[in-house]
Structures are given as structure tokens and as C-alpha cells.
Ligand binder design. Structure first.
Ligand SMILES: C[S@@+](CC[C@H](N)C(=O)[O-])C[C@H]1O[C@@H](n2cnc3c(N)ncnc32)[C@H](O)[C@@H]1O
Length: 242
């Protein structure tokens, strides 16, 4: 799908941040409706796949209102949430979630190289200005052998299913979102899937960033995807890994 009138570059960064600041108060309710209540199940599945457990330090990038962080902490691991939209972080605090919250951009993460055990990211890949830059930054902060789990929407491949999904995602979701929250934001949501690279391109980006053992699991008949991987060895600047 072409990007059409979707914003790119710095305009995208500003518009996406403003949009999430605006929809933050009703984000959780709409999220459950849009995913038919399955989004937490997919996050749980992602954490199980990368075996997050006690002692792990997990950065949840684009943490929003804290769904991933809440699940990470329930597993006995430590979570730090990063998001550039202040109102989304405020909403996480208003829910009583106490994980450390950092207002920051995925392209410049305020963590030392190889300092975290895992990075998670839910429903945000298509919102980044440069996905490649974000993946490089994630690869920088995850220690060798550390894991990543990225969850995002997808579109079914099989024609009839794709058409039915499109009816729901492209027509019904913007309608409901417009009634309960913000019209332009929920019109943007289905359109923003156009930013998502094709599976094989995403795979190349992830391996190029330094991730191995890549897996892509599709859920709900192809309407969402869970990507997991393991950080390979650090490559010395200007040389090959030993
Ligand atoms: C669809 S929401 C997902 C929130 C949460 N991860 C979840 O699973 O519900 C996308 C989030 O990505 C954040 N975001 C988008 N671009 C970002 C960036 N460049 N750096 C940090 N956060 C970003 C938005 O502010 C928003 O909270």
C-alpha cells in the first residue's frame, strides 16, 4: 500500500506525538475494542516466547499506557517504559502503574550499550519515523543473547479474509473510534499499516541490525504479528565479531 498523504520525516514525528497526547485518555478502552480484547493475550504470548522472567531488565519501547510493562512486572522482571508522548505516560501513572517512565524517542534511547536483557514494543513499529534507526538503537542497548519481542497489527493474506478484515479495520474501527474518541486518529490507524515493511523486508532489517533466531508468528488469522529475536554478538567498530 502506498503512503499517499501520510506524513513522513519530522512532520510524522510531530503529528504522531500530538495524536497520542490527544487520544491518551481513551486509548485503553479503544485498544480493547479494536483488538477484540485480544491485545493483552498477544503481549503475554510475546513475553512467553522470549521467556521474560525474574531478574530480567526489560525496556518497553513506546510503552504507551503501560500494558506491556504491567505484564513484565507480573512475571517478576523489572520494566522501564519509554514513550515520547507525555500524556500516554501520564495515563500509565493514572492507572497506578509504578514502573519507571522515561519520556524519550525510540531513535535515541537513554541507556548504555548492551545494558538490558530484553526490549519489547507493542503496536508502534509503524509509528516510528525511521524504523531502521529504531531497530539499530534497540540492538545497541540489548546485551548479546538478550531478546526482543515486537507486536504489531498485520493484514490477512488470503483474499476473502483480507476483505472481511478490511471491512472491520478500515471502516468499522474509524467509525467507532470517531464516535468514542478522535476521528482523525482512528482514520489514521488503518492507514498507518502502509508504513509497515513486508515481512521479508522487516526480517532483513532485523538481521541487519544484529538479531538472530528471528521468528514471526501471525495471530488472529493474520490480523496481528509477533516478531521475536535474539541479539547476536557485538561487532567491534570497523571489524568483524570474534
Ligand atoms: C499504538 S500506541 C502503543 C502503546 C503500547 N505500546 C501498547 O501496546 O498499547 C503507540 C505508541 O508509540 C509511541 N511512539 C510513537 N513513536 C514514538 C517514538 N519515536 N519514540 C517513542 N515513542 C513513540 C506513541 O506515543 C504511542 O504511545
Amino acid at each position: 500500500m502506498a503512503l499517499g498523504d501520510l506524513p513522513t520525516g519530522e512532520e510524522k514525528r510531530v503529528r504522531v506525538r500530538e495524536m497520542f497526547d490527544r487520544i491518551a485518555p481513551r486509548y485503553d478502552a479503544l485498544n480493547r475494542i479494536v483488538s477484540l480484547g485480544l491485545d493483552q493475550r498477544w503481549r503475554r504470548r510475546a513475553l512467553a516466547k522470549i521467556q521474560v522472567g525474574a531478574g530480567d531488565l526489560v525496556v518497553d519501547l513506546a510503552c504507551g499506557t503501560g500494558d506491556f510493562c504491567e505484564l513484565v512486572e507480573a512475571l517478576g522482571a523489572r520494566a522501564i517504559g519509554v514513550d515520547f508522548a507525555r500524556e500516554m505516560l501520564r495515563q500509565a501513572a493514572a492507572r497506578g502503574l509504578r514502573f519507571p517512565k522515561v519520556q524519550g524517542d525510540g531513535e535515541w534511547l537513554p541507556f548504555a550499550t548492551a545494558s538490558v536483557d530484553a526490549v519489547t514494543c507493542g503496536f508502534a513499529l509503524r509509528n516510528f519515523v525511521s524504523l531502521e534507526a529504531v531497530l539499530r538503537e534497540i540492538a545497541r542497548i540489548v546485551r548479546p543473547g538478550g531478546r526482543i519481542a515486537l507486536v504489531d497489527v498485520d493484514r490477512p493474506v488470503w483474499g476473502p479474509l483480507r476483505a472481511a478484515h478490511s471491512l472491520y479495520f478500515d471502516r468499522l474501527v474509524p467509525l467507532v473510534g470517531g464516535l468514542l474518541s478522535d476521528r482523525s486518529a482512528y482514520k489514521y490507524l488503518p492507514k498507518s499499516t502502509a508504513y509497515l515493511p513486508a515481512p521479508e523486508v522487516l526480517r532483513t532489517m532485523l538481521s541487519g541490525a544484529g538479531f538472530l533466531e528471528l521468528e514471526r508468528e501471525i495471530v488472529l488469522l493474520g490480523s496481528a504479528q509477533i516478531l521475536t529475536g535474539v541479539r547476536g554478538p557485538l561487532t567491534p567498530v570497523g571489524g568483524r565479531s570474534r
